[in-house]
Design a protein around this ligand. Structure first.
Ligand SMILES: *[C@@H]1O[C@H](CO)[C@@H](O)[C@H](O)[C@H]1NC(C)=O
Ligand SMILES: *[C@@H]1O[C@H](CO)[C@@H](O)[C@H](O)[C@H]1NC(C)=O
Ligand SMILES: *[C@@H]1O[C@H](CO)[C@@H](O)[C@H](O)[C@H]1NC(C)=O
Ligand SMILES: *[C@@H]1O[C@H](CO)[C@@H](O)[C@H](O)[C@H]1NC(C)=O
Ligand SMILES: *[C@@H]1O[C@H](CO)[C@@H](O)[C@H](O)[C@H]1NC(C)=O
Length: 484
């Protein structure tokens, strides 16, 4: 496509400039003697809202069986939500057009809201940290940049809850950190304004039953035993073994839920201050079950200063089919009481929000799903905007703090007949009907153009692909549809 060449060069140049700016600012920051003090940075991170404001996001269940969507969620809440979360795997798996599972995320679910809402992409390496290539990473960067080009801010959360033991990439801090750094560098080549979110599971409950001798590598065992006492317990740091460093992260986040009392099968109202435990690492006391106040690894002081932070996914669970109600619980709470205790303790709690101003996003897990603890499968509803009484109470409470939250801006829909989703004149990639047909990096690439990329180690192999990818981005910029 010779006519695209000037655009390719332009895109290459701007990518190179973006990198240079970024590394220059890093250098000047690190030579500033005051930068080592543990004081909050000014609001300058990628996608960071102004001080005193915070994002509210939803991870809605857009599966075919649920049929929910960002558009519907906005209508229910009566507000335009600023971030919507979706997930996909790396490498991208086959898209099933019957179930709607697999493939890349459906960006049109956001563009059809006719707002500039951000697209938050969680990426699971379900084949393990060694199960994908740098080309897979580069393809992801191109996909994400296409959303930026279409007018949507982007967060990428890779391999969340890596400090737990429920994902195939669990308890491998050494390889996690190395992979993360490569991913960060690779993504920034094509998507310099993508916000990379590092997001372990919240420390409360750590180490979640993981025994040190079940960790495969000696190096990982040593990394996880942060106090060097030969065992893994709540006195070990739940986060630091997995942290790649401030320079390789844009935002920090945690998963944080109120699920009740183990095995989390009956409805109970959370203790006050539980929400704050996400920041302090303190598990509040609950006399009825003999739960004492316990200090786990604090999050806020260590991970919300250099970078802003978020609850990457969170919520309180209503047990639709509860069992195991203990005798001390004489009156079961209502769904509105269970969910309301959660949001009043955090999302709509002005005291809490003012105490933790560096917490700049709360993302609710807006799903209903079966989860099982202690072999008791329970249908759990985390949604704040589904049951009518819950929704009405939530909307009413939100009023008091709504000005603190950032809402999405209206974007006019494109002229009819122009294709493309609302607001976006530029097509956004759809889930792939066949991953083999549509994976971006399979484009034919020129191999002779080695212009602006440094020959830093690890890049030699990728460079030809990077050039092809940049050409694709340029193609998208030029309004060329992404059909390969
Ligand atoms: C993507 O979302 C749009 C808007 O909801 C929908 O019309 C389209 O069918 C979806 N695409 C796929 C492949 O599911
Ligand atoms: C939300 O965005 C839509 C456009 O999709 C707009 O019509 C509506 O007025 C906005 N709602 C609010 C509360 O801003
Ligand atoms: C608001 O948050 C503070 C700090 O965590 C807590 O002490 C208080 O109980 C919360 N308020 C409500 C209504 O939950
Ligand atoms: C609750 O409902 C879910 C979904 O139907 C089911 O899988 C689970 O076994 C049920 N649990 C109990 C305790 O009845
Ligand atoms: C609540 O969710 C159920 C599916 O779980 C759905 O059928 C229903 O329409 C939803 N209600 C609202 C008000 O969104």
């Amino acid at each position: 496509m010779p006519s695209l060449l000037p655009l390719v060069l332009l895109a290459l140049l701007s990518t190179a400039l973006a990198q240079n700016t970024r590394s220059a600012s890093r250098t000047s920051t690190s030579t500033n003697p005051t930068s080592t003090a543990p004081v909050p940075a000014a609001a300058t991170a990628v996608n960071e809202p102004a001080d005193g404001s915070i994002y509210f996001g939803l991870w809605v269940d857009t599966s075919v069986t649920s049929g929910d969507s960002p558009l519907n969620a906005n209508a229910r809440l009566g507000r335009n939500i600023s971030w919507f979360q979706f997930s996909q795997n790396i490498p991208v798996d086959e898209y099933n057009d019957v179930t709607g599972v697999g493939g890349i995320i459906n960006g049109t679910k956001v563009t059809e809201t006719n707002t500039d809402a951000g697209i938050y992409v969680t990426v699971y390496p379900l084949q393990g940290l060694g199960g994908f290539t740098q080309q897979d990473m580069a393809a992801l960067g191109v996909q994400l940049q296409s959303y930026v080009t279409a007018g949507h801010a982007v967060f990428l959360r890779f391999a969340p809850e890596m400090n737990g033991n429920w994902f195939p990439y669990a308890t491998q801090p050494t390889m996690f950190v190395a992979t993360w750094k490569t991913l960060y560098t690779t993504i920034k080549q094509s998507c310099p304004t993508c916000g990379m979110v590092w997001s372990p599971n919240a420390a409360i409950g750590y180490p979640y039953g993981i025994a040190l001798d079940t960790v495969a590598l000696a190096a990982d065992q040593a990394a996880l035993d942060t106090n060097g006492d030969g065992q893994l317990d709540l006195n070990d740091d739940a986060y630091s073994p997995y942290y790649p460093g401030d320079d390789y992260v844009d935002w920090n986040g945690v998963s944080y839920y109120y699920k009740g009392n183990y095995p989390n099968d009956y409805n109970v109202i959370q203790p006050p201050g539980f929400f704050e435990g996400s920041m302090t690492g303190v598990l509040p006391e609950v006399d009825e079950i003999g739960q004492t106040q316990t200090q786990y690894t604090p999050f806020y002081n260590n991970y919300c200063m250099a970078n802003p932070c978020m609850l990457s996914e969170s919520g309180a669970s209503w047990k639709v089919n509860q069992t195991g109600i203990p005798s001390w619980l004489t009156v079961s709470p209502t769904q509105e009481q269970v969910e309301g205790a959660w949001w009043r303790d955090g999302i709509t709690n002005a005291t809490f929000l003012s105490m933790y101003p560096r917490l700049k996003m709360i993302m609710n897990f807006e799903w209903e799903k079966v989860e099982s603890d202690g072999n008791v499968p329970t249908l759990r509803d985390f949604r704040l905007t589904n049951a009518t009484d819950v929704l009405a109470a939530f909307v009413a409470d939100f009023e008091a703090v709504a000005q603190r939250y950032v809402w999405a801006n209206y974007v006019p829909p494109p002229p009819s007949g122009s294709g493309g989703g609302g607001g976006a004149q530029i097509p956004v990639p759809q889930p792939q009907v066949s991953v083999h047909r549509a994976t971006p990096y399979r484009a034919t690439v020129p191999t002779s153009l080695s212009l602006f990329f440094s020959s830093a180690q690890g890049w030699a192999e990728l460079r030809p692909y990077a050039l092809g990818l940049t050409a694709l981005v340029a193609g998208v910029l030029a309004g060329v549809s992404l059909v390969l």
